[in-house]
Write a protein that binds this ligand. Structure first.
Ligand code: C5P
Length: 232
């Protein structure tokens, strides 16, 4: 298992992001770049963060027709990111096409994980707005199984769903979990949260941590605390 902490770099500009990353002198954390930063700064920011030696999870959550997703994944693969993602709702066919696009001529490829149901989607909204008339945990597990059938490496899910996903898809199927807070920290707008230590007990592979590190008075110390509690 590759247990690691991924820092969510939810900054709105390259300057802010580099100022944050410059604080890390002795380690090269795995970082997540989301839509806001990517759309603001483009592929150049991915290349620069890569050049600085960080591994990158490019969180763009693709969802389109299989051919478009395949071609877009091929572009992301050439950017040399380490992990990227899509919506499992795009169907098994779309996920298979994504994997094909992502695979480089030498057979290597970034890790590919799926979003099942966004944690912002409640069961009520899923039933009423999306007309999916099932228990939300069953939907998460079903989408995770589809991702596995398509050959993906894992899913993004809440830490509290990681256990049922592992049970349904096997221990090797990766779970990447946001919603992490220190036991004595601010909760902010996250609802279903857990601590790095508890995430380790649950057996998740990667935790995605934003504000507990980026907004800390000493981000390097907060990152080290996360690694200490989760990864070692
Ligand atoms: O600051 P915080 O630790 O809450 O950041 C969590 C990160 O994980 C953010 O980038 C957020 O967009 C992302 N995320 C999440 N819940 C999901 C999927 C992604 O919090 N279900």
């Amino acid at each position: 298992m590759n247990r690691d902490v991924i820092i969510a770099c939810d900054f709105s500009s390259a300057a802010e992001t580099y100022a944050f990353l410059d604080k890390f002198q002795d380690e090269k954390p795995f970082v997540k770049i989301g839509m806001e930063l990517f759309y603001a700064e483009g592929p150049a920011i991915v290349r620069e963060i890569k050049r600085r030696g960080h591994r990158i999870f490019l969180d763009l959550k693709l969802h389109d027709i299989p051919n478009t997703v395949k071609k877009s994944m091929s572009v992301l693969s050439r950017l040399d990111v380490d992990m990227c993602n899509l919506h499992a709702a795009g169907t098994i066919e779309m996920m298979k096409a994504a994997l094909e696009g992502l695979t480089r001529p030498d057979g290597t490829r970034p890790l590919l994980i799926a979003v099942t149901q966004l944690t912002s989607t409640s069961e009520e909204r899923m039933r009423n707005d999306l007309l999916i008339d099932h228990n939300i945990n069953d939907v998460v597990v079903h989408y995770a199984k589809n991702a596995k059938v398509a050959g993906l490496d894992g899913v993004v899910c809440s830490p509290l769903e990681a256990g049922i996903v592992k049970e349904a898809c096997g221990a090797e199927f990766m779970t990447v979990t946001p919603g992490i807070r220190f036991a004595d920290g601010e909760v902010g707008d996250q609802v279903r949260i857990t601590t790095p230590e508890k995430a380790r007990e649950i057996g998740t592979d990667y935790i995605v941590v934003g504000r507990p590190i980026t907004a800390a008075a000493d981000p390097v110390a907060a990152y080290r605390r996360c690694m200490q509690e989760f990864a070692y």
